[in-house]
Design a protein. Structure first.
Length: 319
């Protein structure tokens, strides 16, 4: 049984995340951290050792997180990481959602809710009437493989049936990095919000390139004056760490919120699906401006490494 624990951390409290991961380590050594606030824990041995059900063990974890660090959490439990994550997304604070019957849990879920199914794949499947996990699970494997390819078709077919072979990997490298900008007052000016996004894109892009990584997707989180948040994510056209491409997608996500005059307290940007830059493919462009921008970016990175992160900034941020 796998627990997916999503800690409800306000941005200043994200420094507590390593301690919360250590708290989970007191129950099982197999804990995979997924910053900024999520962790997977394989508790099959812990259930036998402590003689508790998944919901009971989750309650103990929740109480200890609250008592020691003042942090609440939502917890989902399932036989594999995918089902545990899906359960955690639907769980309410204080109540653990346990998936005992994967087929019944998945049947009416939209196909896009499955891990590994993005918008393009979902659009292809929906075009053939395969718009729910149940319908995908009932379809012949050969049909899925003709639509999506041999490997992708089998993966989607298996996940629609509740099968996820992904292991919980302790001490795994982070699959996401995030940064946030808090405003000194409730900000309603769209221009100021976009300046914050540009600054975040530059920060994450520089960090990814320095560490030799690229990301597959971005997520923008907007925190409002009443402390509620909204998050939206979207995949990049291709994995990358080019700051301009990150900023363009961040702007598109920001526009999709339709904030108008909403009072915004802070904006966070998270790069997801990190992987090594050496294994990422880049579509060559015939646009000389794109090649020039990337060469300038490489020079700027060297200058920042030597003289500090603010040695070279976009003009709108330097003003």
């Amino acid at each position: 049984m796998i627990l997916c624990v999503r800690f409800r951390l306000a941005p200043p409290g994200e420094v507590l995340f390593p301690r919360l991961v250590d708290l989970l380590g007191e129950f099982t050594p197999t804990v995979e951290a997924a910053p900024p606030g999520e962790a997977l824990a394989d508790v099959r041995g812990a259930l036998r050792y402590f003689d508790r059900t998944p919901a009971e063990l989750a309650s103990v974890i929740r109480v200890r997180a609250l008592a020691l660090y003042g942090v609440d959490c939502v917890i989902g439990a399932g036989p594999n990481p995918m089902l545990a994550r899906m359960a955690a997304r639907e769980a309410r604070p204080g109540v653990t959602l346990v998936v005992d019957d994967p087929a019944a849990f998945l049947r009416d879920r939209p196909v896009v809710a499955l891990d590994g199914v993005g918008r393009t794949t979902a659009r292809t499947l929906c075009g053939y009437g395969l718009d729910s996990a149940g319908r995908v699970a009932d379809a012949p494997l050969a049909v899925l493989q003709r639509l999506l390819g041999a490997k992708a078709g089998r993966e989607v077919w298996e996940r629609a049936r509740g099968i996820d072979r992904t292991p919980v990997v302790p001490h795994a490298a982070s699959r996401s990095v995030a940064a946030e900008r808090a405003f000194p007052r409730d900000e309603t000016d769209r221009t100021e919000q976009r300046r914050a996004l540009l600054s975040l894109a530059e920060e994450l892009g520089t960090r990814l390139r320095t560490e030799g990584q690229v990301c597959r997707a971005l997520a923008v989180t907007v925190r409002y004056a009443d402390r509620t948040t909204t998050t939206r994510s979207r995949a990049l056209p291709e994995p990358g760490a080019h700051s301009a491409a990150l900023a363009t997608l961040a702007y598109a996500l920001h526009d999709s919120f339709g904030l108008q005059r909403a009072r915004v307290r802070g904006i966070a940007l998270r790069a997801e699906g990190l992987t090594g830059a050496e294994g990422a493919a880049h579509q060559l462009s015939l646009d000389p401006a794109d090649d020039k921008a990337r060469r300038i970016e490489a020079v700027a990175d060297r200058a920042r490494a030597r003289f500090g992160p603010r040695a070279i900034l976009p003009g709108s941020l330097a003003a």
